[in-house]
Design a binder for this molecule. Sequence first.
Ligand code: NDP
Length: 491
Amino acid sequence: MSQQPDQDPKPLLINGEWVSGATESFDSINPANGKVNYALQVASHAQVDAAVASAKAAAAEPAWKNMLPHVRAQLLVRMADLIVQHGDEFARLQMQENGKVWSECKAQASSAAATFRYFASVCETLGSEITPSRGNYLSMTAYEPYGVVAAITPWNSPLTMEAQKVAPALAAGNAVILKPSEITPSPALLLGEIGLQAGLPPGILNVLTGDGAVTGKALVQHRDVRMVSFTGGTATGRSIGMIAAGRLIPVALELGGKSPHIVFEDANLDAAVQSIIGGIFEGSGQSCVAGSRLFVQASIYDEFIALLVKRSSTIKVDQPEVAGAQMGPLSSFGHRARIEKFVESAKAEGGQIALGGKRPEGSQFENGAFFLPTIITGLDNQAIAVRDEIFGPVLCVLRFEDEADLIAQANDSAFGLASGIWTANYQRAWRVARALETGLVWINTYKQLSISTPFGGFKDSGIGREKGVTGLRLYQQSKGIYWSMDPNNMG
Ligand code: NDP
């Protein structure tokens, strides 16, 4: 059976079967109108055990373990084709669960399919290595899967994140247990269904919905889970990392950010302002790489902020399915309350609200978790709203005098995920790019992402690199093999 039955609460996917019977459930809420979408199950410890047991057995099956790379690649390509066929369904599920605007959800569904295609080609073309030997022997490095991988994903971009973990983990030959966020559980279930339709053996992709502290933690602690790939908040990532350290299993942690977006006085101000708006307000700022700390050189500060506020005030906030909507609601009412607290803390620390800072008015916003694009000036780099990750449409603006001052301020952060530099001076662009302590730097652009480029953070922004060829290797362990060429040693 591969078709997900229409049940409430929605079933889990374990060993190729749609399974009910969890004692606890939770509601998925549409943040655009506050209505319940449907209920889902909180996978119990026994269901986690069943999923891990099925994944372990499936990963060990010779048919999966020894599958030739080009055959494995065909499976991934079939999944990509099915994601394209179900693109609208994926986009709708994400939109009604996290409130992202329709155009963005559609783009993320296409990008998920492209990710499967990319890892299909990496799987088919990536070789093992013959390494330089120091004697009469052949030395080789082969790469093997871990076995059972737990993939734990967040609510801001589930379509992208789930593809980014599941595709390379399968390409690498593992079995995967996918645990999506409680806010956005359904795209993962649809991905599980697509895996079955594409021909993945039962148990190779299990999907467990549920509470992070129950289902997610049980997965990370399970003795047969051999690797964890997590994207989410830094506090949760740290707690997962501590469990993994105790179990001596590898983890990939893609965590939060407080990315500096920098404008020098010689920049193309018109292009910079557009990029800054996209960098912070796209997805209502709920992006790990959101350019949430804006640094503007003092000599152009007043002129630039006036332009930024003027342009940002035209952003169309609306119901996510409305044509032309640029910002929908926040992903949940609890998250809006958290953001409102940050805005209050900014005011208490002397910040001035240059734009927004409150909920929009109008009947279409009454029942949803909406918040206006917000720009705050007058804070220093130590203010709570500047230091902590807000993960919402809130831009804190700071000024700098010169390059040295900029680098000191920009690097004075616990995070180190991404940064952006706007300048016409190529030498300065290079110097600053090398000096910034971030895993990703954009020069005269922002949020430009490609599946072929490794992605991940410095400092509290994480450990490990997803995407690119390293994104497949992340899910493999190397094995060194030494083979004597001495005929006397044979037979
Ligand atoms: P979390 O980090 O708590 O959640 C991310 C995922 O981890 C979810 O699937 C969650 O499940 C699961 N999880 C939670 N606790 C555990 C645990 N103890 N063991 C295993 N899995 C767990 O993110 P939040 O939703 O609470 O967001 C908090 C903040 O994190 C945001 O405001 C933002 O600052 C940051 N964040 C960063 C993201 C990024 O892309 N880097 C993405 C999302 C959030 P469940 O949802 O069921 O609790």
